[in-house]
Design a protein around this ligand. Structure first.
Ligand SMILES: [Zn+2]
Length: 216
């Protein structure tokens, strides 16, 4: 799949949808991506998900961000992952003590990862790791079954859909640790909440979410 995407990009180079500037293989040029604004409110608590100690929201939800997230999720443009990962890193300053945390991306089910060619949350986590030096552990929490898309599901259905979807593969990595759980978009918080529940059960002390925006 990824190969087909790359081939498509070679044959049909795209222009930036905002400024029209020539930019091969990306719908958003670096200059326009840089203009995605950081969100003024940086941290929120989702009262219905007890195990999640908070969520840091990096960017203001706007058309540029939506194009960038779509590009990241469905076509994996490397420059988009770099810019969005940088935004996540910037949002972290003054929010947490870097040395006290471990980064973990919200996992995809292996078949989905294979089909898509990558995990977008992991791509973001790698950039945050590079920028902040917070250690990255991508293989501690896994998605152990396929779950249908959460889009269009109500709150209760989302929770049911995610029940028993995640497992921890190495508990030794978690006891007493603080986890920064990375995902692209926060909608109801059910995915982060379910991951946090499983991580806490396995011994994690604190679980904080880090997302690009709330409800794209
Ligand atoms: Zn542009």
């Amino acid at each position: 799949m990824l190969f087909i995407n790359h081939l498509f990009d070679l044959i049909f180079p795209s222009r930036c949808v905002f400024c029209g500037g020539q930019e091969i293989s990306s719908p958003l040029c670096n200059a326009c991506a840089e203009n995605i604004l950081l969100a003024p409110v940086r941290s929120m608590k989702l009262v219905e998900f007890n195990d999640l100690d908070g969520v840091i929201v990096a960017c203001i939800n706007n058309p540029r961000l939506r194009v960038a997230v779509h590009a990241l999720k469905y076509r994996m443009y490397k420059n988009v992952a770099e810019v969005l990962g940088k935004k996540l890193s910037q949002a972290l300053s003054n929010q947490i003590v870097f040395s006290e945390f471990i980064l973990m991306p919200v996992p995809l089910y292996f078949l989905r990862r294979w089909w898509r060619g990558f995990n977008q949350a992991e791509a973001l986590a790698k950039v945050v790791n590079k920028n902040t030096f917070i250690p990255l552990a991508s293989d501690v929490i896994k998605r152990c079954r396929h779950t249908i898309s959460q889009v269009g599901l109500g709150r209760a259905e989302r929770l049911k859909n995610l029940q028993h979807a995640f497992i921890v593969t190495n508990e030794n990595h978690l006891i007493g640790k603080n986890i920064l759980l990375i995902d692209d978009i926060l909608t109801t918080g059910a995915t982060l909440g379910e991951c946090a529940k499983v991580l806490k059960k396995a011994g994690a002390q604190k679980v904080i979410g880090l997302v690009l925006s709330h409800g794209v």
